[in-house]
Design a protein around this ligand. Structure first.
Ligand code: A3P
Length: 275
């Protein structure tokens, strides 16, 4: 795939803050045009590379979602899109065009895998095209075994961490982003080559508050618009927006397993998740 020098690529594991970061990047690439952002669904403001290649095959077989066919696959749309492009992907760097970090600008967002797993569990239960039916304990076991969509979790984190000081790479933690939005926004604006007053950054931070975001129709998942897609009892695409919520889902056994799993996988690195 062609990578363009003025591309911005946002690379994440799902449920790590992709949508929030995407909104920030799009706004900074478009002169903070809130009006256009509100009027144009996120789906049409960025190119989600692998969308819709990962839906449950049943969705395709049943052919019950005719509107799915209205959405061409992201990388095809991206190929003919005008510059500058905002490209979003949940694929790891090692599966992307090898020169992406040298040619384009890349933003990676990392999040504590325990919070990622809880959030991913809710999403995979919520939409019929994924239809995860087990409880969280089963989900967590499968997550650690690399048997959940887009796992394994750690190799992408480690391969990107090594490049974190590359001049064309911005490595962010979700935990830092929500703890101190203005300072994160400062970092992102410098990376994008933009300068904003403190007042503009505070307005943007306000726009990103979880309550505002929940009500913002243009950042909701496009899956929600597909008739019959939503299972009952879902907690929503923009959900809690907090760090450390995993504690409510892990019993003592899972907590210890998680600690061992994380320590084993991060051994030899200086990556730490802080919240
Ligand atoms: P939770 O389910 O823990 O609440 P992604 O966009 O990569 O799918 O990430 C989704 C996660 O980011 C969800 O986490 C979601 O609630 C959270 N999120 C989305 N917008 C947010 C915002 N403006 N501020 C804080 N968290 C946000």
């Amino acid at each position: 795939m062609e990578v363009r020098p003025d591309d911005v690529w946002l690379v994440t594991y799902p449920r790590s803050g992709t949508t929030m970061t995407c909104e920030i990047l799009w706004l900074m690439m478009n002169n903070l045009d809130y009006e256009k952002a509100a009027k144009t669904h996120m789906f049409h403001r960025r190119h989600f590379l692998e969308f819709f290649t990962f839906l449950h095959e049943q969705t395709q077989d049943l052919n019950t979602y005719p509107s799915l066919h209205d959405f061409p696959i992201g990388y095809r749309l991206a190929a003919s899109a005008p510059s500058p492009r905002l490209v979003v992907t949940h694929l790891p760097l090692s599966l992307l065009p090898p020169k992406v970090v040298d040619v384009a600008r890349v933003v990676f967002v990392a999040r504590d895998p325990r919070d990622v797993a809880v959030s991913w569990y809710h999403l995979l239960k919520m939409y019929r095209c994924f239809d995860f039916v087990g409880d969280f304990k089963e989900f967590w076991k499968l997550f650690m075994e690399d048997s959940i969509l887009f796992t394994p979790f750690f190799p992408r984190l480690k391969e990107t961490w090594v490049l974190r000081n590359h001049p064309k790479m911005l490595f962010l933690f979700y935990e830092d982003m929500i703890k101190d939005k203005p300072s994160t926004l400062n970092k992102i604006s410098s990376f994008c080559g933009k300068q904003y007053s403190q007042e503009l950054l505070l307005t943007l931070a306000d726009h990103l508050s979880i309550d505002m975001f929940r009500q913002n129709q243009s950042v909701q998942s496009v899956l929600e618009t597909i008739p019959g897609m939503n299972n009952e009892g879902g907690e929503g695409f923009i959900r809690k927006g907090k760090s450390g919520g995993w504690r409510d889902y892990f019993d003592e056994e899972m907590r210890l397993q998680a600690e061992t799993w994380i320590q084993r996988n991060l051994a030899g690195t200086d990556i730490t998740f802080v919240f």
